[in-house]
Design a protein around this ligand. Structure first.
Ligand code: ADP
Ligand code: ZN
Length: 740
């Protein structure tokens, strides 16, 4: 561990205070100059306490002073006694991310220091061990407690009471009698080390080959990128587990990034089955205390494996030996608030700085990764078939223009076509499971007054309010605004004229229940209405086969493994829209392919029915034919022809604020002052898709350049021209993935 180092024998040359740059976790343009106490020398990463105005702020020694502050005005930064230092690699990473995303480095540092109290000296906790003293009175409970304590482990009062199945009073009695004595333990229970040899898998030939490549890459301790490109159910997890085992055997740390917290539960169990213990976790659901524990253990190198959301990228790893990005194509890896960055791309950067390999895993890689792999810039490891007897599912298109219920049918359906219902009947009769997928939360995306045409919209966003029938509320999915479901129209006052337009998952579930009153089903939807706990419960019920049918949004599309699931019905395959933005087609393909991949993952063959009104569409055809690479080639040609990423570069400026006039004014000024440059095009300003979001007006500009252009330099010179008032925010989104 690196500590604030006091110079043993201050010599004359350094008797004068040394001056150094200190980065504060604040959105300032860069590091500030500070003096260090006389004779004190600190290296990059060391923590200091720095005066700022009337405050004292935690800061990090960053490097050379820039000499901008006169010596007589310099303040003194005090080293933080007993605190560890940030690893220099993390400091380099922070600088890189700041440069690339055009954020102040202090704003990125703030993300790396987010665990409150993690850097303060560790508290101690009292625990008890058995002494030599035998108590005079020895009840059965006391005897049991002493027997348990006989293993020599130090336990808290509650811990020993639980292990020995006695009341805490019994333990306290033993303490009083002197049979147990107090001892000090570190504040946190240490993490158990995963055992690379705990349960070795039997890999099939493809898997073994891929695993061997990855093991070699880990052993080489050099930077390299590998696309683990395997069909759904091919065992990509098993393969990268072997790379992790190699890293663990070499004593390195491993970081696994998952796109959604909802995916971690199944992952933790699988990890424990392979390595004998659960890994450390890092995501927004942890308590402050858990965060502190993990942060410290990562910093000391004691937490060997961390599984986390994108923010885990900024943890202070001591010696990172491998990064895995699972489901690397997922848009959830793009952080959209605050500092905008793409965790997959930044994972590659961190791996380069740490000189370790990074594995990008997906059945539907991002087009960027696919092109890099086919061009030989990334290693390309392919798993072409499902593990064991499992076959890829059959995908059929249901043409909704033809498959409507006959007008005289007894019971007419709006969302579940006759072929889909027939398939459901079969699956339920066979005692198997099905999944119905619709990427829309709630009951209905739009509520309309039949009498006057009034549409319910959010007062703070340019978005419709979505009906949630179970909770009897209308909600905005952008800002969380809610109101109780009204009985009449607020505009014309008529009662009973409100109609629900279009389906959400709740409405599909309602129709399903009408047709299959006996079937057991649950809804899984990441929602303000259905919390993560409810979603987890539905997923667990599905895995345990307590339910027959899971009806869900994109939350059920990814990663899950339900062996009895043989039918996937996609209620509206056209929802992604082929003409939305640059990535809409790719995204639709990936999502529908992932959903389809949930079917038939064990012995029984799977069937996927895609309900569509555009069966001729290239995305639908590629899905039906299972021609992923053909689709990717087509997309690649399109991107190349239009100089879109990765053949060109994109950046967006999003201008927002509560003062709509000021926002539009700055947007116009930016539009007018965009420097003219070769191979640079600027579009806009134009109102954003959500022109109003959480009460803020939003305008956008889009910059497209040729691949060789220094986008950051261009943006910097441009943004330096326009003076932006404090009431307006200009957010820079380099490599945008969504265009809202
Ligand atoms: P993917 O992530 O590629 O979709 P998974 O890693 O989830 O696939 O594997 C699919 C299923 O097959 C899992 O239940 C996994 O445990 C099982 N599996 C894959 N490879 C093996 C293997 N070599 N031995 C035993 N089970 C395997
Ligand atoms: Zn809203």
């Amino acid at each position: 561990m690196m500590r604030a180092r006091l110079n043993p024998a201050p010599t004359l040359e350094i008797a004068a205070n040394s001056v150094t740059g200190v980065l504060l976790p604040l959105p300032l343009p860069g590091a500030l100059d500070y003096k260090l106490p006389s004779g004190c020398e600190l290296s990059r990463g060391a923590l200091v306490c720095a005066p700022l105005g009337t405050r004292e702020v935690l800061g990090v020694v960053w490097g050379q002073a820039d000499g901008s502050v006169g010596d007589n005005r310099l303040k003194i930064a005090q080293p933080l006694e007993g605190a560890p230092a940030l690893p220099p690699n993390l400091c380099d990473f922070i600088d890189w991310v700041a440069d690339y995303t055009l954020n102040p480095p202090g704003a990125i540092l703030a993300m790396a220091l987010r665990s409150r109290g993690a850097l303060e000296p560790e508290a101690q906790r009292i625990a008890y061990v058995k002494s030599q003293v035998t108590p005079t009175r020895l009840s059965a409970g006391r005897a049991r407690a002493l027997e348990v304590a006989g293993d020599g482990l130090a336990r808290s009062i509650a811990g020993l009471a639980e292990d020995a199945n006695v009341s805490p009073a019994v333990v306290r009695g033993l303490i009083q009698s002197g049979a147990l004595v107090a001892t000090q333990l570190p504040e946190f229970e240490p993490f158990r080390h995963p055992d690379p040899g705990f349960a070795l898998p039997q890999l099939n030939l493809d898997q073994a080959r891929a695993a061997e490549s990855l093991r070699e890459a880990v052993a080489a301790k050099r930077f390299s990128v590998h696309l683990l490109d395997g069909v759904t159910g091919s065992g990509k997890t098993e393969v990268y587990f072997e790379a992790m085992a190699e890293a663990l055997a070499l004593g390195s740390q491993v970081l696994i990034l998952l796109p959604e917290i909802a995916l971690t539960v199944q992952f933790l169990d699988r990890f424990a089955a392979r390595f004998g213990t659960r890994p450390a976790e890092w995501h927004s659901d942890l308590s402050q205390k858990e965060r502190r524990r993990t942060y410290r253990a990562v910093m000391k190198g004691e937490a060997k494996v961390v599984v986390g959301a994108r923010s885990a990228l900024f943890l202070p790893f001591r010696h990172l030996g491998l990064i895995v990005v699972d489901e690397e194509h997922e848009q959830a890896f793009k952080q959209q608030d605050g500092a905008i960055y793409h965790a997959r791309d930044m994972a590659v950067v961190r791996a380069r700085i740490e000189a370790c390999p990074v594995v990008l895993s997906s059945a539907t890689p991002s087009l960027e990764s696919f092109i890099n792999a086919t061009a030989g810039r990334y290693g390309h490891l392919k798993l072409l078939s499902r593990h064991g007897a499992a076959q890829l599912p059959q995908v059929k298109l249901v043409d909704l223009r033809q498959e409507r219920d006959l007008p005289d049918a007894q019971q007419r359906a709006q969302w579940l076509s006759p072929p889909l219902r027939a398939a459901l009947v079969k699956v339920l009769e066979a005692g198997e499971q099905a999944m119905l997928f619709l990427n829309r939360r709630g009951y209905a995306p739009l509520t309309l007054c039949e009498a006057c045409g009034h549409k319910f919209t959010c007062p703070h966003c340019s978005a419709w309010l979505v009906e949630h029938k179970y909770k009897k509320r209308l909600a905005c999915h952008q800002c969380g605004y809610e109101l109780p479901m009204p009985s009449g129209c607020p505009q014309c006052g008529e009662i009973g004229t409100l109609i629900a337009c279009g389906p959400g998952v709740e409405r599909v579930a309602e129709e399903f229940a009408q047709f299959f009153p006996q079937a057991r089903f649950s809804i899984a939807s990441s929602d303000t209405m259905h919390g993560p706990a409810e979603t987890q419960a539905a997923i667990r019920a599905m895995a345990r086969q307590d339910i027959d049918v899971l009806i869900g949004t994109q939350i059920v599309a990814k990663g899950h493994h339900f062996p009895q699931l043989t039918l996937v019905g996609v209620v509206d395959a056209d929802l992604g829209g082929s003409d939305g933005d640059l990535r809409a087609r790719e995204r639709t393909f990936q999502l529908l392919h992932q959903v389809s991949g949930r079917a038939g993952r064990a012995q029984k063959p799977g069937l996927v029915l895609l309900q569509t009104r555009n069966p001729e569409d290239a995305v639908m055809q590629a899905l039906a034919k299972g021609d992923r690479d053909g689709f990717y080639q087509q997309e690649r040609q399109f991107r190349e022809a239009t100089q879109s990423p990765p053949f060109g570069r994109l950046a967006a400026l999003v201008i927002s604020g509560y003062d709509g006039e000021a926002v539009r004014d700055i947007a116009r000024q930016l539009g007018k002052t965009a420097p003219l440059a070769r191979d640079v095009k600027v579009w806009g300003p134009a109102p954003a898709f959500y022109a109003l979001l959480r009460g803020q007006t939003r305008e956008r500009l889009l910059v497209q350049t040729a691949r060789g252009i220094d986008m950051q330099a261009y943006l910097k010179s441009w943004l330096a021209i326009v003076k932006v008032p404090a009431s307006v925010r200009v957010a820079v989104d380099v490599d945008p993935v969504s265009f809202f």
